[in-house]
Design a protein around this ligand. Structure first.
Ligand SMILES: Nc1ncnc2c1ncn2[C@@H]1O[C@H](COP(=O)(O)OP(=O)(O)OP(=O)(O)O)[C@@H](O)[C@H]1O
Ligand SMILES: O=c1[nH]cnc2c1ncn2[C@@H]1O[C@H](CO)[C@@H](O)[C@H]1O
Length: 435
């Protein structure tokens, strides 16, 4: 695993020079990594095309959102894209598939993806493409076979760069509860889910499979991470989602629109604060405004920021952003902490599309959480584990890392990272200070 807190010289949480972990890292990689994350997704290939707004309207879609379409509509839509030669890219997608892939690229380590895959795969087919576009560090051995197609996500990009999704589900929701491996969840650093998983036809097994996975995660005290997907899924029934978060979820990832649908707050800081009533840690991306994080720390171990104090709906909200995050259940005297960061380098000069920028930020957060477990299992007596922290780095540092990864996604075409961050950025500090 590439170690996020160990970026060259600058640590907020110093470790001793002869750290056994460093010595261990000098040895050849062990294939069977002790640390991993696991996620469930609807297996989807993204089919990207440039269309005008009339196209979106003609097929009954909603600009900027993700809607599920029937087979006949999907066929007509696909035929029109082919006939008019509008398809520009086809690559593996799915919000959690993207996140697992990106995690594996960043950490150079194992993630496990649960979902469905065709039993019969022919060269050039969508399933073939999906497998070929997924990191070799993403373990696909637990996918459940289906006799039928995986899903297609028509990713329609308007003239203004806005993206609209039309989902043709195929067999993507046929994941059954008995296909969820308890041991894989029990040993994971996090179970990662999306609100899209409940968007199914009556009788489809995906929601039940998801609940089975959540049951295992709770049994083994593994944090459940939920990313909200699209504001419409939330706006359908915000109270249901609030109850769901309170009961099942530890870490929440969302953008500012989803945050508004969930909490009624349009200010991402206030929305994140509200969400802390239900979960332990919040990542709220806000497009050109950057991103916010909110979490809990242990009062006794809080650390003051060295950055300027920021004004906002909560005055000087970033005061303790140099603290590490803890799950509420592990805090003796919990203190709420917040952080914000503006887009890295002000954002890329030209953004072709923002697809997957949020998924990238979440992958970075997962990397930091898993690195903490990795460090704990290698150096259990380290002073870094005097408390039962959730992250390895401070909240401010996690924000930087997440933000940097979003930039990397914005700077390329696909939502899946084609490579990790540049080696010289093993110290993120340097990348930031040298601007
Ligand atoms: N127009 C922009 N200019 C600068 N940075 C941007 C812009 N849009 C996005 N970003 C960066 O990407 C991060 C995530 O963006 P955004 O809030 O759009 O994610 P999202 O809506 O969750 O994306 P997706 O659902 O496609 O993964 C932001 O925190 C910011 O750092
Ligand atoms: O219904 C859905 N289920 C799972 N993933 C989805 C759905 N709609 C869109 N995306 C995925 O979101 C990613 C960008 O964040 C895209 O790659 C797309 O495949």
């Amino acid at each position: 695993m590439k170690f996020p807190g160990k970026r060259k010289s600058k640590h907020y949480f110093p470790v001793s020079l002869r750290d056994p972990l460093l010595l261990q890292q000098a040895q050849p990689d062990n294939e069977a990594s002790p640390s991993w994350v696991v996620g469930i997704d609807q297996t989807l290939v993204d089919i990207e095309a440039r269309v005008d707004d009339a196209f979106v309207e003609r097929y009954g879609l909603s600009l900027g959102h993700s809607l599920v379409i029937e087979d006949d509509v999907a066929e007509a839509l696909y035929q029109e894209l082919v006939r008019e030669n509008l398809i520009t890219h086809q690559f593996a997608g799915g919000t959690i598939g993207n996140t697992m892939h990106n995690y594996s690229v960043l950490a150079d380590d194992r993630s496990v993806l649960l979902g469905v895959m065709c039993n019969n795969i022919t060269p050039g087919s969508y399933a073939y493409r999906y497998l070929g576009n997924t990191s070799s560090r993403t373990d696909l051995n637990y996918l459940q076979g289906v006799d039928g197609a995986i899903g297609r996500c028509f990713t329609l990009i308007s003239e203004q760069g806005e993206r609209t999704f039309a989902i043709s589900p195929g067999h993507m929701n046929q994941l059954r509860p008995e296909s969820i491996p308890e041991a894989v969840i029990a040993g994971a650093s996090a179970l990662v889910l999306t609100s899209y998983l409940v968007r199914c036809k009556p009788g489809e097994p995906m929601p039940q499979a998801t609940m089975t996975a959540i049951g295992y995660a709770k049994k083994h005290n593994v944090p459940v991470v939920l990313t909200l997907g699209t504001k419409y899924v939330i706006a359908d029934n915000p109270q249901w989602w609030r109850d769901f978060l309170k009961e099942h979820v530890s870490i929440l990832a969302m953008n500012e629109e989803e945050a508004l649908a969930l909490t009624g707050e349009s200010d991402p800081l206030l929305a994140s604060n509200k969400a802390l009533d239900w979960v332990d840690l919040v990542l709220c991306t806000a497009g050109p405004v950057g991103l916010y994080m909110a979490g809990y720390t242990e009062e006794e171990a809080k650390r003051k920021t060295q950055h300027p104090l920021l004004p906002g709906a909560i005055a000087e909200f970033n005061q303790y952003e140099f603290s590490r995050v803890m799950r509420l259940q592990d805090c003796q005297q919990p203190l709420r902490i917040f952080s914000h960061i503006a887009p890295y380098m002000g954002g890329p000069e030209k953004i072709m599309n923002t697809n997957g920028a949020g998924d990238g930020a979440l992958a970075a957060l997962l990397h930091d959480i898993t690195a903490n477990n990795y460090h704990r299992s290698n150096v259990p007596n380290s002073s870094k584990h005097k408390f039962n922290w959730l992250t390895y780095s401070s909240l401010a540092q996690v924000c930087k890392y997440a933000n940097r990864v979003s930039y990397q996604v914005l700077n390329q075409h696909s939502p899946r990272l084609t490579r990790g961050l540049p080696e010289r950025e093993d110290s993120l500090e340097e990348a930031y200070w040298e601007r």
